[in-house]
Design a protein around this ligand. Structure first.
Ligand SMILES: Cc1cc2nc3c(=O)[nH]c(=O)nc-3n(C[C@H](O)[C@H](O)[C@H](O)COP(=O)(O)OP(=O)(O)OC[C@H]3O[C@@H](n4cnc5c(N)ncnc54)[C@H](O)[C@@H]3O)c2cc1C
Length: 384
C-alpha cells in the first residue's frame, strides 16, 4: 500500500484548507446561530470550482477523483459541516447519483449540465414520515397516464427541499395488477403541485435546509424516469454506497477540528499551576482522539479509492463504504464530546466551536442510513 497523496491531491487539499480558513471559519458560527442558509458561501464554492464535486467534467462538474473529493470535503468540514451537507446533498454526492448511475446521456446533459452551470440546487427525496430506515415502506405513488407520471406523496427531512430547482424523487409506480415498482424521477421544482413544507429546527448543521416536500398531482414527463420502472431500490442502495465515503469525510473534518481546538486549549489552560495537557487523564484523551481520527481517515480514504475502482471495473465496495461512514461518524461524536470535556465549562458555551462540532457530529450517525443500519449491512455482507 502506498500512502502518499499526489501533487494534484495535495493542491486540492490546500485549496480547500485555505478556503476554510479564509471564507468559512469567519462566518460559520454566525450562520449556525442565525440558522441562515449559506447562499454566499455556496456561490464562493462555485466560483473556486469546489462545487458539484462528484460530477464528471462532460456534465459541468470538476471531474476529480474520489479521493480528492473526500480530501476537499474533509477540509471544508473543519469549517462548517452545515455548509458541506448543503453542498453535498447536491451534485457532490446524493441527488445526482441516481441520474449519473442509471440515467441516459440525454437526461444527464439535459438536467445535470444546466444545474451545474447555473449553480442551482437539487434534493434527494427518499425519506418519508413512515419510511426512514425502511424504504420498502415508501407510500409516494406515480401513476402513468398519457406519457406522464402523476406523483402524489409527502417526503420529510429533505436537505435543500426549500430551495432546490430539481428533486430526485423515489415513488412507487402502481402496475395494472396492483403491484408496486419503486422508481426514480427527476422532478422540476417549478412544476405545479411541488410544495415545500415545514422546515425543521435542528440540533446541528443549522445553516442547512431540512424540510418536508409535498407532491400533489405533480405531472412529470416520462422522459424524466431514471432507468426503468422498478430500478428505484437498486439505485437508492447504490447511491447510498457512493455517498457514504463523503459522510465519512464530513465526520472526519468535524473530528479533526474538535481535536485541534482541544489540543490547543489543553496547552493554554492552566489549572493547579500547570497546563491541563500535563495531566495524564487529558493526554490519554488526546492520544485516543488522534489514533481514532487516523484510523477513520484510513477507512474514508480507502472507501474513496474503492469508489473510483467501482467506476473503472464495477468492483464492489458496499462493505468498505459502510465501514467508513460508521466508524468515522462514531469517532466524530466521541472526539467532539471529549473535546467539550477538555474545554470544561467553556466547551459547553457557544463561545467555543467545540460546542458546534458536538451538535453537528450527531447527525453523521443518523442520516444516509443510521449506524444501526450500517452494522446490519456490514453483518449481512460478511455473513453472505
Ligand atoms: C438533518 C437531516 C437531513 C436529512 N437529509 C435527507 C435527505 O436529503 N434526503 C432523504 O431522503 N433523507 C434525509 N434525511 C433522513 C434520514 O436519512 C433519516 O432520518 C434516517 O435514514 C433515519 O430514518 P428515521 O429518522 O425515520 O429513523 P427510523 O428509521 O425510524 O429509526 C429510528 C431508530 O430505530 C433504529 N432502527 C430502525 N430500524 C431498525 C432495525 N431494523 N434494526 C435496528 N435498529 C433499527 C434506527 O437506527 C434509529 O436509531 C435527513 C435527516 C436529517 C435529520
Amino acid at each position: 500500500m502506498y500512502f502518499v497523496l499526489n501533487n494534484e491531491q495535495e493542491a486540492f487539499k490546500k485549496m480547500a484548507r485555505d478556503f476554510t480558513e479564509n471564507e468559512i471559519k469567519p462566518v460559520a458560527r454566525e450562520l449556525d446561530e442565525n440558522e441562515e442558509f449559506p447562499w454566499e458561501l455556496l456561490q464562493k464554492l462555485e466560483d473556486v470550482g469546489l462545487a458539484n464535486l462528484g460530477v464528471p467534467e462532460q456534465y459541468g462538474g470538476p471531474g476529480i477523483d474520489s479521493l480528492s473529493y473526500s480530501l476537499i470535503i474533509e477540509e471544508l468540514s473543519r469549517g462548517c459541516a452545515g455548509l458541506v451537507v448543503t453542498s453535498s446533498a447536491n451534485g457532490n454526492s446524493l441527488a445526482f447519483y441516481p441520474l449519473l448511475l442509471g440515467g441516459t446521456e440525454e437526461q444527464k446533459e439535459r438536467i445535470i449540465t444546466p444545474i451545474c452551470e447555473e449553480g442551482k440546487l437539487v434534493s434527494f427525496s427518499l425519506t418519508e414520515p413512515g419510511a426512514g430506515s425502511d424504504i420498502g415502506a415508501i407510500s409516494t405513488t406515480a401513476k402513468k397516464e398519457n406519457g406522464e407520471y402523476i406523483i402524489n406523496g409527502t417526503k420529510c427531512f429533505i436537505t435543500n427541499a426549500s430551495y432546490a430547482a430539481y428533486h430526485t424523487v423515489f415513488a412507487n409506480v402502481i402496475q395494472n395488477d396492483g403491484t408496486k415498482k419503486l422508481s426514480v424521477f427527476m422532478v422540476d421544482g417549478s412544476t405545479p403541485g411541488v410544495i415545500p413544507g415545514k422546515k425543521e429546527k435542528k440540533m446541528g448543521i443549522r445553516c442547512s435546509d431540512t424540510a418536508e416536500l409535498i407532491f400533489e398531482d405533480v405531472r412529470v414527463p416520462e422522459e424524466n424516469l431514471i432507468g426503468n420502472e422498478g430500478d428505484g431500490f437498486k439505485l437508492a442502495m447504490k447511491t447510498l454506497d457512493m455517498a457514504r465515503p463523503s459522510v465519512g469525510a464530513i465526520a472526519l473534518g468535524i473530528a479533526q477540528a474538535a481535536y485541534e481546538e482541544a489540543l490547543t486549549y489543553s496547552k493554554d489552560r492552566v489549572q493547579f499551576g500547570r497546563p491541563i495537557c500535563e495531566n495524564q487523564a487529558i493526554q490519554f484523551m488526546l492520544a485516543d482522539m488522534a489514533t481514532e481520527i487516523e484510523a477513520a481517515r484510513l477507512l474514508v480514504y480507502q472507501a474513496s479509492w474503492l469508489k473510483d475502482k467501482y467506476y473503472e471495473d464495477g468492483s464492489p465496495f458496499t462493505r468498505q463504504a459502510a465501514f467508513a461512514k460508521l466508524y468515522a461518524s462514531d469517532v466524530a461524536m466521541k472526539v467532539a464530546t471529549d473535546a467539550v470535556q477538555i474545554l470544561g465549562g467553556y466547551g459547553y458555551t457557544r463561545e467555543f466551536m467545540v460546542e458546534k462540532y458536538m451538535h453537528d457530529a450527531k447527525i453523521m450517525q443518523i442520516f444516509e442510513g443510521t449506524n444501526q443500519i450500517q452494522r446490519q449491512l456490514i453483518a449481512a455482507n460478511i455473513l453472505k
